[in-house]
Design a protein around this ligand. Structure first.
Ligand SMILES: Cc1cc2nc3c(=O)[nH]c(=O)nc-3n(C[C@H](O)[C@H](O)[C@H](O)COP(=O)(O)O)c2cc1C
Ligand code: SF4
Ligand code: SF4
Length: 395
């Protein structure tokens, strides 16, 4: 795997550190290497550049804000502040946001701005002046009445045409776009995710509320966007559950203290160094998401693979041909001693198997390398399925 030249010249971690992060997580956002798949989630009146910088050792991404960026939302912020909530209040959003963004320069963090706006022009007005070095996160999450009345926040989850227009406008401005949603507000989160994807967004950032990993899997199976899971991601067990069902990153707000972040960062790094693929899915028959097809056997028995193939509109022959072609010429091609004659069909590293392990020794692959190759195969599968506009959701 080659690190893109551009990321080595950035003013951030040393090139060696950047290379190490890229090799470990293989995660780029807005063209920048993500140091660790942990993000700071926005909290209005609290998460600014100073707050993010004081936690920069153990996070990879920081969504600053939320910031209200036009007259209706700034007025809403004033009403909220008068009611006792903390808000960022300023007269000139461009000046304030530019200043916050420049403070993040050289921090090694990928920076995002969580913004509340009431029209596409409000977002593009900011993007055209603040520039493309940050991710623009549309706040479709805030449930405070004055913000909803200003056609921002959660309003967008029930007025998705406006949300789609805002995404499209930002993408026209050629910037990286994230959408922060709250699960369970839209009548159908699968349709919402697909609409966000088809409108051109890059990232979907979901506050799971009372939902668990099943919601993550549902969204993962609905769109190929980078997926950030949020809400109470305070223990490694919970984080691993999210990763195993489709999350690319997790984010924290209320418990984003040094101790929690450092513990998660270390545990994720340890797991990755041991297993090679930090967010590997569970096997399909154990409830894994669409990426789990990378571990699936040939379709020879009655098991969850069959309904999954039907869902995604792939015949058994097409599925077999696709996997065979995808591994041709790679170290996953051989495997005469394995069940189906190739490592392409072999199980996850956590399933004990002496035949697979013997083959790995023969072809000179470590278990970590095996899992990294399985990830590459999963990426190809996901890309192919979503290029067919399939909906592999089985929940
Ligand atoms: C005081 C406070 C302010 C918040 N402000 C915002 C905001 O402006 N924009 C936003 O998208 N989410 C906002 N959130 C939601 C958080 O980003 C996050 O989604 C939520 O707190 C759940 O994550 P947690 O369990 O890690 O706290 C806020 C949360 C809190 C507690
Ligand atoms: S093909 Fe194999 S791994 Fe996939 S669901 Fe069936 S039994 Fe499980
Ligand atoms: S050889 Fe082992 S790892 Fe490969 S498919 Fe058979 S049981 Fe799974």
């Amino acid at each position: 795997m080659k690190v893109p030249e551009s990321v080595l010249t950035e003013k951030r971690d040393t090139p060696m550190e950047t290379m190490r992060s890229f090799e470990r997580y293989n995660l780029l956002l807005n063209g920048q290497v993500v140091r660790t798949p942990i993000a700071l989630s926005a909290m209005a009146g609290i998460v600014d550049a100073d707050y993010a910088l004081s936690r920069s050792s153990h996070v990879g991404v920081a969504f600053l804000g939320g910031y209200s960026i036009d007259k209706p939302t700034m007025e809403a912020s004033r009403v909220l502040e008068a009611g006792g909530r903390r808000e960022f209040i300023f007269d000139d959003p461009v000046e304030e946001l530019s200043s916050q963004v420049s403070r993040m320069d050289g921090s090694g963090l990928v920076c995002g701005l969580n913004l509340r706006g009431s029209s596409p022009e409000s977002f593009t007005g900011i993007a055209s002046q603040v520039g493309d070095q940050v991710i623009y996160e549309i706040d479709a999450h805030c449930r405070q009445e004055p913000m909803i009345a200003a056609r921002a926040g959660e309003y967008l989850l029930t007025h998705t045409d406006l949300l789609a227009e805002e995404i499209r406008a930002l993408k026209k401005a050629d910037v990286c776009v994230s959408v922060k949603i709250r699960a369970g507000i839209s009548p159908d989160d699968r349709r919402l995710a697909r609409k966000i994807w088809h409108s051109g967004a890059d990232i979907i950032h979901v506050d799971l509320m009372d939902y668990d990993y099943q919601k993550v899997r549902q969204i993962r199976n609905s769109c190929p966007l980078v997926l950030i899971a949020n809400n109470s991601m305070n223990t490694f067990d919970r984080v691993r559950d999210m990763f195993a069902h489709g999350a690319d990153l997790v984010s924290l707000a209320r418990r984003a203290d040094e101790r929690t972040l450092a513990g998660l960062d270390a545990a994720i790094a340890r797991y990755t160094d041991e297993h090679g693929w930090y967010n590997s899915p569970k096997q399909l028959c154990r409830g894994g998401d669409v990426r789990a097809l990378t571990f699936c056997c040939m379709p020879v028995k009655n098991c969850p693979l069959i309904p999954m193939l039907e869902k995604v509109g792939l015949s058994r022959e097409e599925y077999m041909r696709f996997k065979e072609k995808a591994v041709a010429g790679t170290p996953l091609e051989p495997g005469a001693q394995t069940c189906f004659g190739s490592l392409a069909w072999c199980c996850k590293d956590s399933s004990p198997c002496m035949f697979r392990d013997m083959t790995l020794v023969q072809v000179g692959l470590s278990r970590q390398e095996y899992m990294r190759l399985k990830k590459q195969l999963a990426d190809k599968i996901v890309q192919h399925l979503f290029s067919l506009h399939a909906d592999p959701d089985t929940c």
